[in-house]
Design a protein around this ligand. Structure first.
Ligand code: PSU
Ligand code: MN
Length: 307
């Protein structure tokens, strides 16, 4: 596939897309607004390496000087990780940041859209956005869900954090027609924890099965994304009982400060790292690593299934 003309893919990514080599998209909000410096840039570099070891080409996506970039160099990752002036860009922000020639870190929603424009079908991240707790009053529902409903990309994540209402998020995904497959478990995972109290809507036990679901969905003309929920490795897990109180505390602090809207998720992520003294960050990095391994394998299987 030839990427959209406004995109700036690296030569490596453009060649891989042309040759049908597996490519895995990565988001940049997780770098700029999801983790502290310098752990964020170390994570970004390491994850790209894991994807290469898995036989795929990593394509970290961001907006740099107004150009949607697909595949980044080391300097770009450093800029996104450390520069104070990188906006969090969801789909509604893309036109403004592009028009102004600004830098932007793309969320799951914006990354999915740019990945799809480039012809990339597999995207690895940590956690996705969803229906926030209190959404019946605040209306705060992440555009990640809207995008999953319409853009043809499989998103590998460790589920959703309980900063969100997990039950309502799963309901919204069902309404949007988004398959939610849980990898190797009968329970939907909640990011730091392997369990959430919510059963897996669907279960798969191999990357080939994921690729088969992707191929079947799009062959049937069912547009939109899929969620591959990959539970955090047992050895890295923070039990739900332990993280639950910390998340409640972070949510209380957020309300007390009047933080809302697009600042809510970055604030909560930062506050949870503070309260846990970095333990949540270690878990976060571990689950992204595991997702990168799985994502590279899924991209390889999908390339085989559709060759
Ligand atoms: N959840 C995480 N880590 C993250 C995010 C969510 O555990 O870094 C980021 C992702 O980029 C996601 C975005 O797409 O936050 C969702 O933000 P919002 O709720 O404002 O849509
Ligand atoms: Mn929101």
């Amino acid at each position: 596939m030839i990427p959209h003309t406004m995109l700036r893919p690296t030569d490596e990514v453009a060649t891989a897309l042309r040759d049908g080599t597996p490519v895995v998209a990565l988001e940049s909000t997780i770098i700029s607004h999801g983790m502290p410096y310098p752990d964020n840039v170390a994570m970004a570099v390491e994850v790209e390496g894991i994807i290469r070891e898995g036989g795929a080409v990593p394509a970290t996506i961001a907006v740099l000087g107004g150009r949607p970039a697909v595949g980044l160099g080391g300097d770009d990752l450093e800029l996104l990780a450390s520069h104070g002036d990188v906006t969090k860009v969801s789909v509604r922000d893309l036109p403004y940041v592009v028009a102004r020639g600004a830098h932007g870190a793309t969320t799951v929603a914006a990354t999915m859209r740019l990945a799809a424009l480039a012809g990339i079908r597999v995207f690895v991240t940590g956690g996705i956005g969803g229906v926030h707790r209190g959404a019946p009053q605040s209306f705060d529902i992440s555009a990640d869900l809207t995008e999953l409903g319409r853009t043809d990309v499989a998103v590998v994540s460790a589920g959703v954090k309980s900063i969100l209402d997990i039950g309502l998020t799963l309901e919204a995904l069902e309404t949007l027609g988004v398959p939610v497959v849980v990898y190797g478990s009968d329970e939907f995972p909640s990011f730091y924890s392997r369990n959430s109290g919510h059963p897996a809507p669907m279960r798969v036990d191999s990357a080939a099965e994921v690729a088969a679901v992707m191929a079947a969905k799009w062959s049937l003309g069912l547009s939109g994304g899929l969620i591959v929920a990959h539970p955090i490795p047992e050895s890295d897990e923070i039990p739900a009982e332990q993280i639950g109180g910390i998340i409640d505390q972070a949510l209380g602090d957020m309300d007390a400060r009047g933080i809302r809207g697009k600042d809510a998720t970055p604030y909560l992520l930062r506050r949870i790292v503070e309260i846990t003294g970095g333990a949540s960050l270690a878990a976060n990095i571990a689950l992204v690593r595991a997702n990168a391994r799985l994502g590279a394998t899924i991209a390889t299987e999908y390339a085989l299934a559709t060759a």
